[in-house]
Design a protein around this ligand. Structure first.
Ligand SMILES: Nc1ncnc2c1ncn2[C@@H]1O[C@H](COP(=O)(O)OP(=O)(O)OP(=O)(O)O)[C@@H](O)[C@H]1O
Length: 221
């Protein structure tokens, strides 16, 4: 795996005077989890959207996103191979757990039998063998979170972005799920960028913490 690299990233609200993100340079190494913190509205989710390639038209952005030496900046989101995980796990409610997982494979695994094998392997890694035919609504929050991570990993991302991924889980579960996510991301050697408000998430991640400072003066926007 290769590092996720941001070069001179500046993001403004279109027509705004002060940038939300100003000239940010960052390298996230393979297997490293970097945590981004900062007050509400400072631009954390906006930065992740820029990296994933789906920044809202309300923003103007400059700078580059690279994986190793590959420049992704001009690529469509689906061509970037950046995995995203949000606080709402967004499992498709009308698909079984197995079909949710298979969705991550559609792009690059053509054979049905191979897809099925990969889904079973992923269920096993998630400690959910035998759950393929279950309706996602019948899973616990922690089980759904594990399936969501596996679906993201099955798409074979080159980097992983986490936006408050554990905030809807209660305390007991939260620690289990985040250990699960970090362990699998490390195992795959993925560079991970996590946005959170929770100090406990940052401590559990065990890596660098970047605090976005208020470059934004709301009155100037
Ligand atoms: N589509 C949009 N149009 C205009 N302004 C927007 C849009 N989306 C976000 N913003 C503004 O951009 C700023 C950054 O938003 P962003 O969601 O990145 O903040 P955040 O740091 O992730 O906040 P939180 O911690 O509350 O999730 C905020 O001031 C927000 O109001």
């Amino acid at each position: 795996m290769k590092p996720l690299i941001l070069k001179h990233v500046t993001i403004c609200l279109a027509g705004g005077k002060a940038p939300l993100i100003k000239d940010l340079d960052l390298t996230v190494e393979p297997g490293e989890v970097v945590t981004i913190m900062g007050r509400s509205g400072i631009g954390k989710s906006t930065l992740l959207a820029f990296i994933g390639g789906h920044l809202d038209g309300a923003f103007e952005a400059n700078g580059q996103v690279l994986i190793g030496e590959e420049d992704l900046t001009a690529r469509a989101p689906e061509k970037r191979r950046i995995g995203l995980l949000f606080q709402d796990d967004l499992l498709f409610p009308h698909l079984s757990v197995g079909d949710n997982l298979a969705f991550g494979l559609v792009r690059h695994v053509k054979g049905k039998a191979e897809r099925q094998g990969r889904v079973e392997e992923a269920l096993e890694r998630a400690g959910l063998s035998g759950f393929a035919n279950r309706d996602p609504a019948t899973l616990s929050g922690g089980q759904r979170a594990r399936v969501a991570l596996m679906r993201t990993l099955l798409a074979e991302p080159m980097a992983l972005l986490l936006d408050e991924p554990f905030s809807k889980l209660d305390n007991g579960l939260r620690d289990d799920v985040r250990q699960f996510v970090f362990a699998h991301a490390r195992e795959e050697g993925l560079p991970v960028l996590m946005v959170t408000h929770d100090e406990g998430d940052a401590v559990a991640a065990g890596g660098r913490v970047i605090k976005l400072a208020a470059s934004l003066n709301p009155a100037a926007v």
